[in-house]
Design a protein around this ligand. Structure first.
Ligand code: THU
Length: 126
């Protein structure tokens, strides 16, 4: 968990957030214990921005990983994942531990299910 958070902290430094100035770092732990990180990447057309969580998860998938064990997110004030990211985390990672960290190192440990109760998912499309 400590390592995952440290990798997320390093990724936060790469945040491209000239519009909001809200720097977010994320790191996902795969089933083979690889850690893949992401940061938020903003666009001048705000809606095209991609959150750190999704950058991390999509990068991991692009690198050939498809099972995930944990996710860490770091911001200055311990902000929680947005609704869109909660859905993506549920779809691609399932119910995993999520560590939400602030700049002082305070860790709020939660789970996907806690963040997105009664989730919609692909099982409803069968
Ligand atoms: N952001 C994330 O990276 N993750 C979230 O779950 C919440 C929001 C980013 C998007 C945008 O670059 C900035 O934080 C402010 O919304």
């Amino acid at each position: 968990m400590e390592k995952l958070i440290n990798v997320a902290r390093l990724a936060q430094k790469n945040s491209y957030s000239p519009y909001s100035k809200y720097r977010v770092g994320a790191a996902v732990l795969t089933d083979d214990d690889t850690i893949v990180s992401g940061c938020n990447v903003e666009s001048s057309s705000y809606g095209l921005t991609c959150c750190a969580e999704r950058v991390a998860i999509y990068s991991a998938i692009a690198q050939g990983h498809n099972k995930f064990k944990a996710l860490a997110i770091i911001t200055k004030n311990g902000g929680t994942p947005c609704g869109a990211c909660r859905q993506v985390i549920w779809d691609l990672c399932g119910d995993i531990p999520i560590y939400i960290v602030d700049e002082k190192g305070k860790i709020d440990e939660t789970t996907t299910k806690e963040l997105l109760p009664k989730a919609f998912d692909g099982s409803l499309l069968k």
